[in-house]
Design a protein around this ligand. Structure first.
Ligand code: EPU
Length: 444
């Protein structure tokens, strides 16, 4: 186990380049299974989840050659049609090979996907869609695997009951080589999905987003090779923006994707942070002199993303007054609250009134955790102090690091492997911005 030692209270300033988006790169890697031709993916982030996903596609017959941030990928051998538990349990997107394997070989076996434990995270909406396309999918509780078969996937008009980001991508990946036209209604609109659509279209797929929440796919017999550059990581940019604001700093972000962050940048400005578009792909984020409280409700795109609420909470500990956060996408994404409280944050849970929870919440209401609250109240401003902090998931990890950077004194953050899943060499980049942060192997 590794830890970060953080000497907080130093303003972060300077320039940082945002990496390629984890949640676009992982899906592009799954998409390479759809062709026998060579694919070149650029701007790939150097993170643990990408390394695991590369191992997944290697098992399935691909050879991956790495040169810096560029991956060359090509099918070179008869791979398995099954993702081993040792890989699948570590990564949610391992399930995204279902579509390509079914479309190309008519069979796929995948373990119940792992990844960040921020709720039950079932894949029922993915499975239902695949079933409508002609797949037979069976979950075997004895071995913990989904067993899927299809003689030929066919196009379908499928309406997602509720928003699902990876579910939309799973059906896209299944539909590109299916027979006929697929129309996905109530499809998710996250921009990472459009990055995947662009890549698939470069490979010769015929996909159009016809309305904000509708995607039409004309199945094609085969796909070519292509070169594609992965979009910037919105979540990383938000993390650096908040790092500037909570430490009293001033950070210029290169490879900025601020055009996809309107909801975030507008709110940050309203609450007292400084946001300046310096160029088309350069944005400056700086601390204000005092922060105003906010009331946010997380939502699928184009709303305030669930991934941002945890780091946003750190800023709200510095706001003058009471802020609220209502998490509506996942049923348990407040693991960081106990950690922030260790640093002195004044946070309490509450149950926001909701008339029809099954319709309102993005998760299946049946998956709710009895006694878990979907709302928190943060009273500020609080002078945060040091502490020993534990990380439960990726975004919670970034959150506790931000809090420790803002706090006075030396903090220890345990379980940094969670952060390595999605942030590229975070401590090295934070150090270049002036942070007092070092990585240590924990003594046992
Ligand atoms: N859900 C179901 N059944 C399904 C699909 C989803 O109940 O078949 C539930 C989920 O459990 C969740 C809600 O519906 O409560 C929304 O899930 P969605 O499918 O949209 O999320 P996801 O695809 O599992 C992706 C990102 C998340 C990001 C969300 C929201 C990837 C690999 N993950 O998750 O990113 O928070 O969309 O945009 O793309 C992260 O990067 O740290 C992360 C968790």
């Amino acid at each position: 186990m590794e830890t970060f030692l953080i000497h907080g209270g130093r303003p972060l300033s300077g320039e940082v380049a945002v990496s390629g988006a984890k949640n676009a790169a992982l899906k592009a890697l799954a998409a390479t299974l759809l062709t026998d031709k060579e694919v070149e993916l650029r701007n790939i982030p150097d993170i643990a989840d990408v390394r695991i996903m590369c191992d997944v596609i290697r098992t399935l017959g691909m050879t991956v050659t790495e040169r810096g941030k560029v991956l060359r990928i090509r099918r070179t051998h008869e791979g398995k049609k099954e993702v081993p538990l040792s890989l699948g349990a570590r990564l949610r997107t391992s399930s995204m090979v279902l579509g390509p394997l079914l479309a190309r070989y008519g069979e796929a076996v995948i373990p119940n996907p792992g990844g960040c434990r921020i709720g039950a995270r079932p894949i029922d909406r993915h499975i239902l869609g695949l079933t409508k396309m002609g797949a037979a999918v069976r979950y075997d509780p004895h071995d913990g695997y989904f067993h899927a078969e299809a003689s030929r996937l066919h196009g379908v008009r499928y309406r997602f009951d509720k928003n699902t980001h990876t579910g939309t991508e799973t059906l896209l990946l299944a539909a590109v080589l299916a027979e006929g036209e697929t129309v996905l209604e109530n499809a998710a609109a996250e921009v990472e999905i459009d990055d995947l659509i662009a890549f698939l279209n470069h490979m010769g797929a015929k996909i159009r987003r016809t309305k904000t929440r509708e995607i039409v796919i004309h199945g094609v017999p085969s796909l070519n090779g292509a070169t594609h550059s992965i979009m910037s990581d919105r979540n990383e940019e938000v993390t650096f923006a908040l790092a500037a604001c909570v430490t009293g700093g001033d950070i210029v972000v290169r490879n900025s994707c601020a055009r996809h962050l309107d909801v975030f940048t507008k709110l940050l400005g309203e609450c007292g942070g400084k946001v300046e578009r310096v160029g088309p792909e350069t944005t400056r984020y700086a601390a204000g002199t005092g922060y105003r409280p906010s009331h946010i409700t997380t939502a699928p795109y184009p709303g305030f993303m669930t991934d941002w609420q945890a780091p946003w909470a750190v800023l709200m500990t510095q706001a003058h007054g009471v802020s609220t956060i209502h998490e509506t996408v996942f049923e348990s994404r407040f693991s960081y609250v106990a950690e922030l409280k260790k640093l002195g944050a004044d946070i309490s849970f509450f149950d926001p009134p909701v008339r029809d929870p099954e319709r309102f919440y993005n998760f299946n209401w049946a998956d709710r955790i009895q006694g878990y609250h979907q709302g928190i109240r943060i009273s500020g401003p609080t002078r945060l102090h040091n502490g020993i902090l534990e990380i439960q998931d990726l975004r919670a990890g970034a959150t506790v690091v931000l809090a420790a950077l803002a706090a006075e004194g030396e903090s220890m953050v345990r379980g940094v492997e969670q952060i390595d899943r999605g942030y590229e060499h975070i401590e090295i980049r934070l150090r270049k911005l002036g942070a007092g942060i070092t990585r240590r192997k924990e003594d046992v």
